[in-house]
Design a protein around this ligand. Structure first.
Ligand code: ADP
Length: 552
């Protein structure tokens, strides 16, 4: 309400308002009293007039006993009654019967009669009211033959302008007095606030403004000997602290500048080495894959040859050894190729080179294909495989290659980590299950879950989060025996993110594991673009660089 008004004006307004209220309240009582006194004087005048009137009327009756008792007015020419200030005057003597007849039509006569009849000692009755600026005074005097016997009334009705004039003049005096008191009070208040309050406040404000302009060496020198001086002293102490803090900060800033420079340098080095690492990885992986493929190819040829020789009768132990060695070379070569492929895939993801091509996928067909791929490997290790697809699972729109990559990874892990029957005491089994996930809340959409369930060694709870980290492998005897890079699940997690899917893991030690991919029915094109962009950004931040296609 008082926003934008200076402190001085605010104080002045509030104080002025308060003074007006106090003066009005203080003058209201004398004004009312003055009005009352004027009315009392006028009533007394009516009384005096009626005294004179009765005397004259009685004299008139004595001199003219034959008169019918008609009222004398306006024959009253006495000075008291011919007063100029009285706009109108009327007096009459009425009998009690007349008065009673008038009771119904004349409120004043009725009230006067009531008062006289109720109390024998009451001799007169009056009433007054305003009519515009004229004050009407009604006065009645009772005439009794005995205390309780009323014989008649003398009624005087007057109009007076005097009351209004007196009140008006009085009002002007009161207003003048109020204005004088108000101006004087405001003047005194103004001088006090300016000298005692505003001057030191302004001095403090000036100092604060100079500090804001950057001059922290400035000090306030108020010496009023009161709270303002204390405030100025505290303000000065604050400035001293500020100055020393600023000096300290400046020194710290300088030290930080040096550190920042050093960090920028090491950051550049880090960035460069991350770039070199990415480049090295890409080059090495690529350069390794080409010769490795020919090693594997030639090893396979030699193995086939050796196997056909081993199939003949009288096979020498040397040939048998050769088959074994060659098959070891083949397996090791394939493992190495798988590792290199994983490294290459991760490097590709980190470089943001993810290309998403959504298409309609019938999950039963896709899963049958995947299970067909893994089946020979599983069968070789004595693992049963089974496909369970819920009847009404809808088709989904997703990138089939990435979906296959994720599920195949789950399947090959399940095969890799399943324990043979002789160790676990149960037939190793892998189930690939596809089912619908109805929405948990009405605003959510339906999803589809593709799970790979095995009855292998399981994963301890404390490891379940970490196995999705890059290069992390559970350090437990049963899984450590299997070879791997620790990149498979990290790649799955990245790909799932790109496909707007979620990976869930339920597992218990010695009870098996269930890796599930929870997918939306449709992969929105906008999400695919966002995910690719995010992957690219992350790749850039981690020092990766988009690789050219011929490097894959
Ligand atoms: P890798 O298979 O190359 O070791 P992954 O990222 O695929 O790397 O897996 C990380 C680790 O998670 C594995 O080393 C293994 O300890 C554990 N793991 C993954 N799948 C299974 C599973 N089905 N059963 C038991 N352990 C598993």
């Amino acid at each position: 309400m008082f926003r934008g008004i200076s402190l001085a004006n605010k104080c002045l307004l509030l104080f002025g308002g308060a003074v007006v209220l106090i003066v009005v309240a203080a003058l209201a009582f004398p004004a009312l009293r003055m009005w009352r006194l004027i009315d009392e004087a006028e009533i007394q005048r009516s009384r005096d007039l009626v005294d004179v009137w009765i005397e004259l009327d009685d004299q008139h009756r004595r001199e003219r006993p034959d008169s019918t008792g008609q009222p004398l007015f306006p024959a009253l020419q006495v000075p008291a009654l011919s007063d100029q200030r009285h706009a109108g005057i009327n007096a009459e003597r009425i009998s009690v019967e007349q008065a009673r007849r008038m009771r119904a039509s004349d409120v004043f006569i009725a009230a006067a009669l009531d008062a006289f009849e109720a109390e024998p000692r009451v001799t007169d009755h009056h009433a007054q009211r305003w009519q515009g600026i004229t004050r009407l005074y009604d006065y009645a005097r009772v005439e009794r033959s005995a205390p309780s016997r009323i014989t008649g009334l003398v009624v005087l009705r007057r109009q007076s302008l005097e009351t209004f004039r007196l009140l008006w003049v009085g009002g002007i005096f009161f207003a003048a007095a109020a204005a004088a008191v108000l101006s004087l009070a405001v003047l005194v208040f103004y001088l006090i606030t300016h000298r005692i309050i505003l001057q030191p406040v302004r001095a403090l404000k000036d100092t604060a403004e100079r500090v804001r302009e950057g001059n922290v060496a400035v000090r306030s020198d108020i010496s009023t000997g009161d709270e303002f001086e204390e405030l100025a002293r505290t303000f000065n102490m604050m400035l001293t602290d500020l100055q020393s803090n600023q000096d300290r900060l400046r020194a710290l800033n300088q030290a930080m500048d040096v550190k920042l420079h050093e960090m920028a340098e090491s950051n550049t080095l880090l960035h460069e080495s991350a770039r070199l690492k990415g480049e090295f990885l890409a080059n090495v992986s690529h350069e390794l894959r080409t010769p490795l493929n020919s090693i594997i190819g030639f090893a396979e040829l030699l193995l086939e040859q050796a196997k056909s020789e081993a199939g003949q009768e009288d096979v020498s132990p040397a040939i048998q050894r050769r088959v074994r060695y060659l098959s070891n070379i083949d397996t090791a070569g394939r493992n190495l190729l798988a590792h290199i492929n994983s490294l290459l895939e991760m490097a590709r993801i980190e470089a943001g080179r993810i290309d998403i091509q959504p298409e309609r996928v019938v999950l039963r067909d896709a899963c049958e294909g995947l299970l067909g791929l893994i089946h020979p490997l599983a069968a070789r290790r004595g693992i049963d495989t089974r496909l369970e697809v819920q009847d009404d699972v809808p088709a989904v729109v997703t990138d089939i290659k990435k979906f296959q990559q994720i599920i195949f990874n789950f399947l090959s892990n399940a095969v890799k980590f399943s324990l043979p029957q002789e160790r676990s005491g149960r037939v190793p089994e892998i189930v690939l299950r596809v089912d619908k996930l109805p929405p948990a809340r009405p605003e959510e959409q339906m999803k589809v879950r593709v799970s790979v369930i095995d009855n292998g060694p399981g994963i301890p709870e404390e490891e379940q989060q970490r196995i999705f980290d890059k290069f992390y492998q559970v350090d437990a005897g049963h899984t450590r025996e299997s070879t791997g890079t620790g990149l498979g699940l990290a790649i799955c997690r990245e790909l799932a993110h790109v496909l707007n899917c979620e990976i869930q893991l339920v597992s218990g030690v010695n009870r098996g594991s269930m890796f599930s991919l929870i997918m939306p029915l449709s992969l929105a094109a906008s999400h695919a673009a966002e995910a690719a962009l995010e992957a690219r950004l992350r790749g850039t931040l981690s020092g990766g660089r988009p690789w050219s296609g011929d490097r894959e």
